[in-house]
Ligand binder design. Structure first.
Ligand code: ATP
Length: 345
C-alpha cells in the first residue's frame, strides 16, 4: 500500500516561500501530475517527497510510515529526472541493474528484473550496448527501466520527456502510461506541459505560486476550474473572461447580452473558446485574426473591448473585420468571484 500523504508541507528558501502549507493525498497506484508554470514549486515538492530537500514545515507519509526524516534510500522511492543520469560507460544491462547491485540483490534476481523491465520498455535488444551509444529516446527508456527494476512503491518523475523531440515525446507518453499502469506503482509526475498532464494523469494538481490551486481529474480541471487561474492556464487557447453586471437576482449583463448566473453581488463571466458557436444572437465578436487549423478555425477577436477567442468549425468563411455574434453553450458558462478569483458554484 503506497498512499502518499503530504500534510502542511511548506518550504522557505531564505525569505522566499517556495511552498505554502501544501496538503495533498495521492492514492495507492494513482498517477498524479503536478502541473504549473516555471517556478511554481513543483520540483521543490517532488524533491521534498524524494528526500532531496527538507521541508521547513509539515509531514510526508508513505503508506503508514512518516518518511520526512528518512534518507531517500529508505523511502521505497525510485526517481526519473529530466537529464536521466544514465551512465555512458556502463552497458544498458548494468545501467538498469545499478540500483539492484547497490541493494546487493542476488545475481539471478538482478538478471530476472533487468530482463523483465527491459522487455517492458522494449529495449531487450540493447542490453549489451553502451549507454553512451544510445539515442535520447533509448536512454530515456533505460532511465525508466532502471526505476521500474527497483520495484518501488512510488516513482517520482520530473519532466522525464522534456529532452525528447515532439514525436518521440508522444510515443513515450503513451508507452509510459501503459507501463506504469501495469507496474501498479504510485506515480508523481512533474510537468509544465498541460497536454502531457491531461493525457497521463488520473488526477492533476495545478500549482501556482507555491499553492495547489486545484487537485482533480483532468476533465474536472478542464471543465470546472476551481479558480480563474486554472481556466487561464489550462486549455489552448485558454478560457475567455468578460466582466458582468448584475443586481444580485441571477440575471447578468455581459457585453450587451443577458445570461442566467449565480445570485451573488459580483461575478465574472467565463467561457472556453470551443464552447461558442456562431448564431443570430450572441456576444458580438470583432474579428482580428483568423487561423485555419485544419479541423477547426481559431478566431482571435474582441468582445466589448476585451480579448476573446473562439474555436469554430472550419466550414464558415470568416475574415478579419467581420463582426460575428457568438453564442455560448449555456451549461458551459462558468462564473468566478472577481475578488477571490474562485469559482462560484
Ligand atoms: P521549473 O518548471 O522551472 O523547474 P518549478 O515549478 O519546478 O519550476 P521549483 O524548482 O520548485 O519550481 O522552484 C520554486 C521556486 O523556488 C523558484 O522560484 C525557485 O527559484 C526557488 N528555489 C528552488 N530551489 C531553490 C534554492 N535551492 N534556493 C533558493 N531558491 C530556490
Amino acid at each position: 500500500m503506497a498512499e502518499i500523504a503530504i500534510k502542511g508541507v511548506a518550504k522557505q528558501f531564505g525569505d522566499f516561500t517556495a511552498l505554502h502549507s501544501v496538503d495533498l493525498t495521492i492514492a495507492d497506484q494513482e498517477f498524479m501530475v503536478l502541473l504549473g508554470a516555471s517556478g511554481c514549486g513543483k520540483t521543490t515538492l517532488l524533491r521534498i517527497i524524494a528526500g532531496l530537500e527538507t521541508p521547513s514545515q509539515g509531514e510526508v507519509w508513505i503508506g503508514d510510515r512518516r518518511v520526512d526524516h528518512l534518507p531517500p534510500r529508505e523511502r521505497g522511492i525510485a526517481m526519473v529526472f529530466q537529464n536521466y543520469a544514465v551512465f555512458p560507460h556502463l552497458t544498458v544491462f548494468e545501467n538498469i541493474a545499478f540500483g539492484l547491485r547497490m541493494a546487493k540483490l542476488p545475481q539471478a534476481e538482478v538478471t530476472r528484473r533487468v530482463t523483465r523491465t527491459a522487455e517492458l520498455m522494449h529495449i531487450e535488444q540493447l542490453l549489451k550496448r553502451y549507454s553512451g551509444e544510445l539515442s535520447g529516446g533509448q536512454r530515456q527508456r533505460v532511465a525508466v527501466a532502471r526505476a521500474l527494476a527497483m520495484e518501488p512503491d512510488v516513482i517520482l518523475m520530473d519532466e522525464p520527456l522534456s529532452n525528447l523531440d515532439a514525436l518521440l515525446r508522444l510515443e513515450m507518453r503513451a508507452e509510459l502510461k501503459g507501463v506504469l499502469a501495469e507496474s501498479k506503482t504510485t506515480t508523481i509526475y512533474v510537468t509544465h506541459d498541460q497536454v502531457e498532464a491531461m493525457s497521463l494523469a488520473d488526477r492533476i494538481s495545478v500549482m501556482n505560486g507555491g499553492y495547489i490551486v486545484q487537485a482533480d481529474r483532468p476533465t474536472q480541471v478542464y471543465r470546472n476550474p476551481a479558480a480563474r487561474f486554472v481556466g487561464s492556464f489550462i486549455g489552448n487557447p485558454p478560457m475567455n473572461f468578460l466582466p458582468a453586471k448584475g443586481a444580485g437576482d441571477g440575471r447578468w449583463h455581459v457585453a450587451g447580452q443577458v445570461f442566467d448566473g449565480p445570485k451573488v453581488a459580483a461575478a465574472e463571466f467565463a467561457i472556453r473558446p470551443e464552447d461558442l458557436h456562431p448564431s443570430e444572437h450572441g456576444l458580438d465578436a470583432e474579428v482580428r485574426v483568423v487561423e485555419p487549423l485544419g479541423p477547426h478555425t481559431l478566431v482571435t477577436a474582441e468582445v466589448a473591448g476585451q480579448p476573446f477567442r473562439a474555436v469554430l468549425e472550419s466550414d464558415r468563411a470568416i475574415s478579419p473585420g467581420d463582426v460575428i455574434p457568438l453564442a455560448p453553450i449555456p451549461d458551459r458558462i462558468r462564473w468566478f468571484d472577481p475578488d477571490t478569483h474562485k469559482a462560484i458554484q
